[in-house]
Design a protein around this ligand. Structure first.
Ligand SMILES: Nc1nc2c(ncn2[C@@H]2O[C@H](COP(=O)(O)OP(=O)(O)OP(=O)(O)O)[C@@H](O)[C@H]2O)c(=O)[nH]1
Ligand SMILES: [Mg+2]
Length: 317
């Protein structure tokens, strides 16, 4: 049975979980209808509050998100979750157990969880993730959580352009904060030091704290709080939710800047993707593109001249 894009979009807007799932699949598989679908739902998006969660693999991001969802549901906010993660327990394992236990919440269509597999394709996952977030936004989820592992610029960008960026750290990952990629430390609006039941949690908190003291915070400027959690036991989660709400209130007036950054990132990303696709598939063929790369390797042409030539040929079309 095929459903037209406008029908599917209407069902997404009505919050139908099966329609949401189908819409995200269309996006994830980069099916031809994906762009039309986004076009159809886009006018109804922009009201969800996007929460980006990142951190090292295994830090407990999914557990934090899961417990946070339970907390938030008590206040009646609807939640959409996109977990970018090959080993996400959302697809099986521990959290699935929790999910079954919390079926009352998950069945009311107030929560929608989706994991997306990491793909080899450059940037493809970032695009799919952002579009999946749009679907959840259009479906009326008031909070949309995006979980990504803090590796790779694309994934960091997704989280950076969310309305709030939460960085989840754990004790015992290397030599503390210094060892972490500067990229993910710079984007945090809220730090979570998870697995507080483990040794070294306080040391981790101190490291983040001393890292923060190196930064200058102006009067009235947000200073990222550090929340200690033991997510598996739900400890610290109410405090995390408090911190999110505090940040939301604090940043209400600057939200437009984040939205602008998000849209800028998306437009640039799409343009790059579309243009490369045009060059490799329309202007040239993948084989001829490859041959050009070989010519550069053989020093028959330099990369600047090759790029300029492609650009001027594109403009002539
Ligand atoms: N001891 C302890 N274990 C925890 C805590 N929170 C999560 N875990 C466990 O840590 C493991 C990883 O948790 P996840 O929530 O899957 O971590 P993640 O960051 O989402 O992992 P990836 O998405 O694979 O990067 C699981 O076995 C959790 O049960 C905690 O506070 N204390
Ligand atoms: Mg996870």
């Amino acid at each position: 049975m095929t459903v037209t894009v406008p029908t599917l979009a209407a069902r997404v807007r009505a919050g139908d979980p099966r329609a949401i799932a189908r819409a995200i699949s269309i996006i994830e598989d980069e099916r031809p209808d994906a762009a039309a679908l986004v076009r159809e739902i886009f006018p109804q998006t922009g009201s969800a509050y996007l929460i980006g969660v990142t951190g090292p693999p295994g830090a407990g991001k999914s557990t934090v998100v899961d417990k946070l969802t339970a907390e938030v549901r008590r206040e009646g906010e609807s939640v959409g979750i996109v977990a970018v993660d090959p080993t996400s327990p959302f697809t099986g394992g521990a959290i699935l157990g929790d999910r079954l236990r919390m079926q009352a919440h998950y069945e009311d269509a107030g929560v929608f969880i989706r994991s997306m597999a990491t793909r080899g394709q450059l940037g493809g996952l970032a695009r799919a993730t952002s579009d999946a977030a749009l679907v959840l936004d259009a479906a009326g989820k008031s909070l949309v959580v995006i979980e990504t592992v803090g590796v790779g610029q694309d994934e960091v960008d997704i989280v950076r352009t969310a309305d709030i960026s939460i960085v989840v750290l754990v004790p015992g990952t290397g030599d503390d904060v210094q060892a972490l990629k500067a990229g993910i430390m710079e984007i945090a609006d809220v730090y979570v030091v998870n697995k507080a039941d483990r040794e070294g949690a306080d040391r981790m908190v101190s490291s983040v704290e001393s890292n923060l003291t190196l930064q200058q915070f102006g009067d009235g400027e947000w200073r990222p709080p550090i929340i200690k959690t033991e997510a598996s036991a739900g400890r610290g989660i109410p405090e995390l939710w408090q911190a999110i709400r505090a940040y939301r209130t604090h940043s209400a007036s600057s939200r437009r800047r984040r939205l602008k950054a998000r849209n800028q990132f998306r437009l640039r990303d799409l343009l790059t993707h579309r243009y490369l696709e045009f060059v490799e598939h329309t202007l040239l063929t993948p084989e001829r593109f490859d041959a050009l790369v070989d010519r550069i390797a053989a020093r028959e042409v330099d990369p600047y001249s090759a790029a300029d030539d492609l650009l001027s040929r594109s403009l002539k079309r």
